[in-house]
Design a protein around this ligand. Structure first.
Ligand SMILES: [Zn+2]
Length: 130
């Protein structure tokens, strides 16, 4: 079959550990950057944007592999850069989801878990003091 394609897939497997290291670095950068003062709504919008970027990158990755199959080989470096960018995006998404979870937990009644709004002194569900 296609030798170039096998080479690429081989490279992907060999660099699997390395890629996760890159993702860990990216996660650190993101958690510092994404930081404070972002509302859950804004975080959710960012997650949707990032997921769209992942989809685009995955499609491009597929095109690279298919081009290799049809005799227009992608070099390993380009392919790995694409894989790493997907790793980084997925790490950012996980990071934002964790942040959303933390903010939602912070905005819940400690007694019943109902959502509370800024400035509420008592829970609108159970009446517990906040
Ligand atoms: Zn409550």
């Amino acid at each position: 079959m296609n030798e170039k394609l096998y080479e690429l897939l081989d490279t992907i497997q060999r660099t699997a550990v390395q890629a996760s290291d890159v993702a860990a670095d990216a996660a650190y950068g993101v958690s510092k950057k994404a930081g404070e003062l972002l509302s859950v709504a804004k975080l959710n919008i960012r997650v949707v944007e990032l997921k769209a970027e992942v989809n685009t990158a995955l499609r491009e990755l597929g095109e690279m592999l298919y081009a290799t199959h049809t005799g227009d080989p992608t070099d390993s470096e380009t392919l790995l850069a694409k894989l790493e960018s997907i790793d980084a995006l997925k790490t950012q998404i996980a990071d934002l989801n964790a942040q959303i979870g933390r903010e939602q937990a912070a905005a819940a009644c400690p007694t019943c878990g109902a959502a509370i709004q800024e400035g509420d002194q008592f829970c609108r569900e159970c009446g517990g003091k906040l």
